[in-house]
Design a binder for this molecule. Structure first.
Ligand SMILES: NC(=O)c1ccc[n+]([C@@H]2O[C@H](COP(=O)([O-])OP(=O)(O)OC[C@H]3O[C@@H](n4cnc5c(N)ncnc54)[C@H](OP(=O)(O)O)[C@@H]3O)[C@@H](O)[C@H]2O)c1
Length: 324
Protein backbone atom coordinates (compact mmCIF):
# COMPACT_ATOMS: atom_id res chain seq x y z
CA UNK A 1 0.00 0.00 0.00
CA UNK A 2 1.33 3.40 -0.95
CA UNK A 3 2.30 5.83 1.78
CA UNK A 4 -0.74 7.97 1.60
CA UNK A 5 -2.90 10.56 3.21
CA UNK A 6 -6.08 9.08 4.61
CA UNK A 7 -8.92 11.51 4.15
CA UNK A 8 -11.67 9.80 6.09
CA UNK A 9 -11.59 10.93 9.72
CA UNK A 10 -13.03 7.75 11.19
CA UNK A 11 -12.15 4.34 9.81
CA UNK A 12 -13.01 0.91 11.14
CA UNK A 13 -10.39 -1.82 11.25
CA UNK A 14 -6.96 -2.56 12.51
CA UNK A 15 -5.07 0.59 13.37
CA UNK A 16 -2.12 1.50 11.23
CA UNK A 17 1.27 2.57 12.57
CA UNK A 18 0.93 5.30 15.10
CA UNK A 19 -2.58 4.72 16.23
CA UNK A 20 -1.82 2.30 19.04
CA UNK A 21 0.07 4.78 21.11
CA UNK A 22 -2.86 7.10 21.41
CA UNK A 23 -4.54 6.61 24.76
CA UNK A 24 -7.97 6.24 23.17
CA UNK A 25 -6.73 3.34 21.06
CA UNK A 26 -4.95 1.33 23.73
CA UNK A 27 -6.41 -1.73 25.35
CA UNK A 28 -6.13 -5.38 24.47
CA UNK A 29 -6.96 -7.16 21.27
CA UNK A 30 -6.89 -6.30 17.61
CA UNK A 31 -10.60 -6.45 16.96
CA UNK A 32 -12.36 -3.84 14.87
CA UNK A 33 -12.59 -0.51 16.64
CA UNK A 34 -12.99 3.07 15.57
CA UNK A 35 -9.81 5.10 15.23
CA UNK A 36 -9.35 8.77 14.65
CA UNK A 37 -6.83 9.04 11.85
CA UNK A 38 -4.32 11.70 10.94
CA UNK A 39 -2.35 11.77 7.69
CA UNK A 40 0.17 8.93 7.74
CA UNK A 41 3.20 11.16 7.41
CA UNK A 42 2.00 13.30 10.33
CA UNK A 43 1.73 10.17 12.48
CA UNK A 44 5.19 9.06 11.47
CA UNK A 45 6.71 12.30 12.70
CA UNK A 46 5.65 11.56 16.26
CA UNK A 47 5.85 7.78 16.25
CA UNK A 48 8.05 5.54 18.31
CA UNK A 49 10.22 3.03 16.53
CA UNK A 50 12.33 0.13 17.75
CA UNK A 51 15.14 -0.99 15.43
CA UNK A 52 16.59 -4.36 16.35
CA UNK A 53 20.26 -4.78 15.45
CA UNK A 54 21.16 -1.11 15.68
CA UNK A 55 24.87 -1.98 15.77
CA UNK A 56 24.57 -3.65 12.38
CA UNK A 57 25.12 -2.01 9.00
CA UNK A 58 21.46 -1.74 8.06
CA UNK A 59 20.09 -1.24 11.57
CA UNK A 60 22.38 1.71 12.26
CA UNK A 61 21.35 3.38 9.03
CA UNK A 62 17.64 2.79 9.58
CA UNK A 63 17.92 4.24 13.08
CA UNK A 64 19.87 7.29 11.93
CA UNK A 65 17.52 8.08 9.05
CA UNK A 66 14.45 7.47 11.17
CA UNK A 67 15.68 9.82 13.89
CA UNK A 68 16.47 12.46 11.24
CA UNK A 69 12.93 12.06 9.89
CA UNK A 70 11.42 12.71 13.30
CA UNK A 71 10.76 9.22 14.63
CA UNK A 72 11.45 8.61 18.29
CA UNK A 73 13.91 5.71 17.97
CA UNK A 74 15.17 3.07 20.38
CA UNK A 75 17.74 0.61 19.06
CA UNK A 76 18.70 -2.80 20.35
CA UNK A 77 22.22 -4.16 20.39
CA UNK A 78 23.60 -7.51 21.40
CA UNK A 79 27.39 -7.74 21.77
CA UNK A 80 28.69 -4.49 20.29
CA UNK A 81 28.14 -1.05 21.78
CA UNK A 82 25.94 1.15 19.62
CA UNK A 83 27.70 4.04 17.91
CA UNK A 84 24.48 5.69 16.76
CA UNK A 85 23.11 8.67 18.63
CA UNK A 86 19.80 6.95 19.34
CA UNK A 87 19.24 5.37 22.78
CA UNK A 88 19.83 1.64 22.75
CA UNK A 89 19.06 -1.35 24.92
CA UNK A 90 20.78 -4.71 25.19
CA UNK A 91 18.63 -7.49 23.76
CA UNK A 92 19.20 -11.13 22.90
CA UNK A 93 16.36 -12.01 20.54
CA UNK A 94 16.86 -15.70 21.33
CA UNK A 95 15.23 -14.98 24.69
CA UNK A 96 11.51 -14.79 24.04
CA UNK A 97 10.54 -13.35 27.42
CA UNK A 98 13.13 -10.58 27.20
CA UNK A 99 11.94 -9.56 23.73
CA UNK A 100 8.37 -9.28 25.02
CA UNK A 101 9.43 -7.40 28.14
CA UNK A 102 11.44 -4.83 26.19
CA UNK A 103 8.67 -4.14 23.68
CA UNK A 104 6.06 -3.98 26.43
CA UNK A 105 8.17 -1.43 28.28
CA UNK A 106 9.21 0.70 25.28
CA UNK A 107 5.79 0.34 23.65
CA UNK A 108 6.77 1.31 20.10
CA UNK A 109 4.34 1.82 17.27
CA UNK A 110 6.61 -0.08 14.89
CA UNK A 111 9.48 -2.56 15.08
CA UNK A 112 11.89 -2.76 12.15
CA UNK A 113 13.57 -6.11 12.71
CA UNK A 114 17.03 -6.12 11.14
CA UNK A 115 18.95 -8.19 13.73
CA UNK A 116 20.42 -11.43 12.43
CA UNK A 117 23.24 -13.82 13.21
CA UNK A 118 24.92 -15.19 10.14
CA UNK A 119 25.14 -18.83 11.15
CA UNK A 120 22.81 -18.96 14.09
CA UNK A 121 19.40 -20.51 13.47
CA UNK A 122 18.19 -19.50 16.90
CA UNK A 123 18.92 -15.84 16.24
CA UNK A 124 17.49 -15.68 12.74
CA UNK A 125 14.55 -18.09 12.87
CA UNK A 126 13.62 -18.37 16.57
CA UNK A 127 14.52 -14.71 17.12
CA UNK A 128 12.21 -13.50 14.34
CA UNK A 129 9.42 -15.65 15.76
CA UNK A 130 9.96 -14.15 19.22
CA UNK A 131 9.74 -10.64 17.80
CA UNK A 132 6.53 -11.50 15.92
CA UNK A 133 4.92 -13.11 18.99
CA UNK A 134 5.59 -9.92 20.95
CA UNK A 135 4.47 -7.50 18.23
CA UNK A 136 1.20 -9.31 17.64
CA UNK A 137 0.47 -9.59 21.37
CA UNK A 138 1.21 -5.91 21.96
CA UNK A 139 -0.42 -4.58 18.78
CA UNK A 140 2.80 -3.27 17.27
CA UNK A 141 3.42 -2.98 13.53
CA UNK A 142 6.29 -5.25 12.40
CA UNK A 143 8.55 -4.74 9.40
CA UNK A 144 10.74 -7.82 9.09
CA UNK A 145 13.91 -7.90 6.96
CA UNK A 146 14.44 -11.04 4.92
CA UNK A 147 16.82 -11.96 2.13
CA UNK A 148 17.17 -13.23 -1.42
CA UNK A 149 19.12 -16.05 0.23
CA UNK A 150 15.80 -17.86 0.63
CA UNK A 151 16.09 -18.85 -3.07
CA UNK A 152 18.16 -21.48 -4.84
CA UNK A 153 18.58 -19.54 -8.09
CA UNK A 154 16.88 -22.25 -10.09
CA UNK A 155 14.33 -19.75 -11.46
CA UNK A 156 16.65 -16.68 -11.58
CA UNK A 157 13.79 -14.11 -11.49
CA UNK A 158 11.69 -14.04 -8.32
CA UNK A 159 8.59 -12.00 -7.61
CA UNK A 160 6.70 -11.87 -4.31
CA UNK A 161 4.69 -15.00 -5.06
CA UNK A 162 7.81 -17.18 -5.22
CA UNK A 163 8.15 -19.71 -2.43
CA UNK A 164 11.49 -20.16 -0.69
CA UNK A 165 13.68 -23.07 -1.79
CA UNK A 166 16.87 -22.42 0.18
CA UNK A 167 19.99 -24.45 -0.43
CA UNK A 168 22.23 -23.38 2.44
CA UNK A 169 21.75 -22.85 6.18
CA UNK A 170 21.59 -19.04 6.20
CA UNK A 171 18.88 -19.07 3.52
CA UNK A 172 17.01 -21.82 5.32
CA UNK A 173 17.00 -19.84 8.58
CA UNK A 174 15.79 -16.71 6.77
CA UNK A 175 13.04 -18.77 5.08
CA UNK A 176 11.99 -20.23 8.43
CA UNK A 177 11.87 -16.70 9.84
CA UNK A 178 9.58 -15.58 7.00
CA UNK A 179 7.22 -18.49 7.62
CA UNK A 180 7.13 -17.83 11.34
CA UNK A 181 6.52 -14.10 10.95
CA UNK A 182 3.76 -14.58 8.35
CA UNK A 183 2.01 -17.19 10.49
CA UNK A 184 2.27 -15.36 13.80
CA UNK A 185 1.72 -11.79 12.60
CA UNK A 186 -0.02 -11.85 9.20
CA UNK A 187 -0.18 -8.05 9.16
CA UNK A 188 3.63 -7.79 9.20
CA UNK A 189 5.57 -6.59 6.17
CA UNK A 190 8.29 -9.04 5.11
CA UNK A 191 10.95 -7.33 3.04
CA UNK A 192 13.16 -9.52 0.89
CA UNK A 193 16.31 -7.70 -0.04
CA UNK A 194 19.67 -8.33 -1.70
CA UNK A 195 23.32 -7.36 -1.12
CA UNK A 196 23.33 -4.22 1.02
CA UNK A 197 26.02 -1.76 -0.05
CA UNK A 198 26.57 1.90 -0.66
CA UNK A 199 28.37 3.69 2.13
CA UNK A 200 31.59 1.70 2.44
CA UNK A 201 30.50 0.09 5.71
CA UNK A 202 28.70 -2.98 4.39
CA UNK A 203 30.17 -6.45 4.78
CA UNK A 204 30.65 -6.78 1.00
CA UNK A 205 32.58 -3.53 0.78
CA UNK A 206 34.70 -4.44 3.80
CA UNK A 207 35.46 -7.87 2.30
CA UNK A 208 36.52 -6.27 -0.99
CA UNK A 209 38.97 -3.98 0.82
CA UNK A 210 40.27 -6.86 2.95
CA UNK A 211 40.83 -9.07 -0.10
CA UNK A 212 42.71 -6.32 -1.93
CA UNK A 213 44.85 -5.63 1.13
CA UNK A 214 45.53 -9.35 1.62
CA UNK A 215 44.06 -9.26 5.11
CA UNK A 216 41.80 -12.22 4.32
CA UNK A 217 41.97 -15.23 2.02
CA UNK A 218 39.21 -15.84 -0.50
CA UNK A 219 37.79 -14.64 -3.78
CA UNK A 220 34.75 -12.94 -5.24
CA UNK A 221 32.50 -15.05 -7.43
CA UNK A 222 32.10 -14.07 -11.07
CA UNK A 223 28.98 -16.23 -11.42
CA UNK A 224 27.11 -15.06 -8.33
CA UNK A 225 24.55 -12.53 -9.58
CA UNK A 226 22.44 -10.32 -7.33
CA UNK A 227 20.70 -6.94 -7.40
CA UNK A 228 22.52 -4.87 -4.73
CA UNK A 229 20.59 -2.16 -2.94
CA UNK A 230 21.94 1.06 -1.45
CA UNK A 231 21.65 1.01 2.34
CA UNK A 232 19.93 4.41 2.29
CA UNK A 233 17.33 3.31 -0.26
CA UNK A 234 16.59 0.17 1.71
CA UNK A 235 16.36 2.11 4.97
CA UNK A 236 13.96 4.62 3.46
CA UNK A 237 11.84 1.84 1.97
CA UNK A 238 11.62 0.12 5.37
CA UNK A 239 10.59 3.37 7.04
CA UNK A 240 8.05 4.04 4.33
CA UNK A 241 6.58 0.59 4.87
CA UNK A 242 6.60 1.17 8.63
CA UNK A 243 4.03 3.92 8.12
CA UNK A 244 1.70 1.83 5.96
CA UNK A 245 -0.26 -1.32 6.60
CA UNK A 246 1.31 -3.31 3.76
CA UNK A 247 1.13 -7.01 4.69
CA UNK A 248 3.26 -9.88 3.49
CA UNK A 249 6.27 -10.12 1.23
CA UNK A 250 7.70 -7.21 -0.73
CA UNK A 251 10.93 -7.35 -2.72
CA UNK A 252 13.16 -4.32 -2.13
CA UNK A 253 16.39 -4.51 -4.13
CA UNK A 254 18.42 -2.41 -6.52
CA UNK A 255 17.61 -2.08 -10.21
CA UNK A 256 20.78 -3.63 -11.67
CA UNK A 257 21.90 -7.27 -11.64
CA UNK A 258 25.67 -7.58 -11.21
CA UNK A 259 28.14 -10.30 -10.30
CA UNK A 260 29.72 -10.28 -6.87
CA UNK A 261 33.11 -9.88 -8.55
CA UNK A 262 32.00 -6.92 -10.69
CA UNK A 263 30.49 -5.33 -7.59
CA UNK A 264 33.91 -5.64 -5.97
CA UNK A 265 35.50 -3.95 -8.98
CA UNK A 266 33.07 -1.02 -8.69
CA UNK A 267 33.80 -0.69 -4.98
CA UNK A 268 37.56 -0.80 -5.59
CA UNK A 269 37.35 1.83 -8.33
CA UNK A 270 35.24 4.08 -6.14
CA UNK A 271 37.83 3.86 -3.39
CA UNK A 272 40.87 4.30 -5.64
CA UNK A 273 42.04 0.72 -5.06
CA UNK A 274 43.43 -1.62 -7.71
CA UNK A 275 40.66 -4.01 -8.84
CA UNK A 276 43.23 -6.32 -10.43
CA UNK A 277 44.16 -7.38 -6.91
CA UNK A 278 40.70 -8.86 -6.28
CA UNK A 279 40.91 -12.67 -6.50
CA UNK A 280 38.18 -14.10 -8.76
CA UNK A 281 36.57 -17.54 -8.60
CA UNK A 282 33.43 -19.37 -9.65
CA UNK A 283 30.96 -21.01 -7.31
CA UNK A 284 31.45 -24.30 -9.15
CA UNK A 285 35.24 -24.19 -8.83
CA UNK A 286 35.07 -23.32 -5.15
CA UNK A 287 32.87 -26.29 -4.29
CA UNK A 288 30.67 -23.93 -2.23
CA UNK A 289 26.94 -24.51 -1.97
CA UNK A 290 25.55 -21.14 -3.04
CA UNK A 291 22.73 -19.87 -5.20
CA UNK A 292 24.23 -18.51 -8.41
CA UNK A 293 21.76 -16.17 -10.05
CA UNK A 294 18.98 -14.67 -7.92
CA UNK A 295 17.22 -11.55 -9.16
CA UNK A 296 14.41 -10.11 -7.06
CA UNK A 297 11.73 -8.52 -9.19
CA UNK A 298 11.03 -5.07 -7.77
CA UNK A 299 8.15 -4.13 -10.05
CA UNK A 300 5.73 -4.13 -7.13
CA UNK A 301 7.92 -2.06 -4.81
CA UNK A 302 8.58 0.46 -7.57
CA UNK A 303 4.85 0.98 -8.00
CA UNK A 304 4.09 1.05 -4.26
CA UNK A 305 6.93 3.08 -2.78
CA UNK A 306 8.03 6.65 -3.23
CA UNK A 307 11.61 5.65 -2.38
CA UNK A 308 13.62 5.24 -5.57
CA UNK A 309 15.51 1.95 -5.68
CA UNK A 310 18.68 2.87 -7.55
CA UNK A 311 20.79 0.42 -9.46
CA UNK A 312 24.37 -0.18 -8.41
CA UNK A 313 25.67 1.67 -11.47
CA UNK A 314 23.70 4.69 -10.31
CA UNK A 315 25.07 4.79 -6.81
CA UNK A 316 28.62 3.55 -7.32
CA UNK A 317 29.61 5.87 -10.08
CA UNK A 318 33.08 4.67 -11.02
CA UNK A 319 36.61 5.81 -10.14
CA UNK A 320 36.97 7.96 -7.05
CA UNK A 321 33.25 8.56 -6.60
CA UNK A 322 32.82 9.79 -3.02
CA UNK A 323 31.34 7.60 -0.32
CA UNK A 324 27.69 8.30 0.21
N1 LIG B 1 24.20 -7.73 4.45
C1 LIG B 1 23.54 -8.06 3.36
O1 LIG B 1 24.04 -7.91 2.22
C2 LIG B 1 22.14 -8.62 3.47
C3 LIG B 1 21.51 -9.11 2.33
C4 LIG B 1 20.18 -9.56 2.42
C5 LIG B 1 19.52 -9.52 3.65
N2 LIG B 1 20.19 -9.07 4.75
C6 LIG B 1 19.47 -9.02 6.03
O2 LIG B 1 19.47 -7.67 6.45
C7 LIG B 1 19.52 -7.59 7.87
C8 LIG B 1 20.67 -6.69 8.30
O3 LIG B 1 21.87 -7.20 7.78
P1 LIG B 1 23.26 -6.51 8.18
O4 LIG B 1 24.28 -7.00 7.21
O5 LIG B 1 23.06 -5.05 8.38
O6 LIG B 1 23.50 -7.21 9.59
P2 LIG B 1 24.79 -7.10 10.53
O7 LIG B 1 25.59 -5.89 10.15
O8 LIG B 1 25.47 -8.42 10.55
O9 LIG B 1 24.12 -6.80 11.96
C9 LIG B 1 23.47 -7.82 12.66
C10 LIG B 1 22.85 -7.21 13.90
O10 LIG B 1 22.17 -8.25 14.61
C11 LIG B 1 22.54 -8.17 15.97
N3 LIG B 1 22.46 -9.47 16.63
C12 LIG B 1 23.22 -10.57 16.42
N4 LIG B 1 22.87 -11.55 17.26
C13 LIG B 1 21.84 -11.07 18.01
C14 LIG B 1 21.05 -11.59 19.06
N5 LIG B 1 21.21 -12.85 19.53
N6 LIG B 1 20.10 -10.79 19.62
C15 LIG B 1 19.91 -9.53 19.17
N7 LIG B 1 20.63 -8.96 18.19
C16 LIG B 1 21.58 -9.74 17.61
C17 LIG B 1 23.97 -7.65 15.96
O11 LIG B 1 24.28 -7.12 17.23
P3 LIG B 1 25.82 -7.00 17.77
O12 LIG B 1 26.58 -6.23 16.69
O13 LIG B 1 25.69 -6.24 19.01
O14 LIG B 1 26.32 -8.39 17.92
C18 LIG B 1 23.86 -6.60 14.86
O15 LIG B 1 23.36 -5.40 15.39
C19 LIG B 1 19.62 -9.04 8.35
O16 LIG B 1 18.33 -9.50 8.68
C20 LIG B 1 20.14 -9.79 7.14
O17 LIG B 1 19.76 -11.15 7.16
C21 LIG B 1 21.47 -8.64 4.69
Amino acid sequence: MRLRQIADPLVRGRPTAGEYDRPQNRGGGLGPRVFARAPVWCMAMADRLVVTGVTGHLGARVARRAAAAGWSVVGTCFRAASSTAVPSERLDIRDRATVHELLRRVRPDVVVHTAAGRDDWRVMADGAAHVAVATVALGIRLVHVSSDAVFSGRDIDYDESALPDPIYPYGAAKAAAETAVAAIDPAAAIVRTSLIVGDGGGQHEILTRDLIAGRVQGALFTDLIRKPVHVDDLSDALLELAATDHRGVLNVAGADPISRYDLGVLVAQREGLDPVRIPAATIADSGTRMAADVRLSTRRAVSLLRTRLRGVHDFIGGPHAPHR
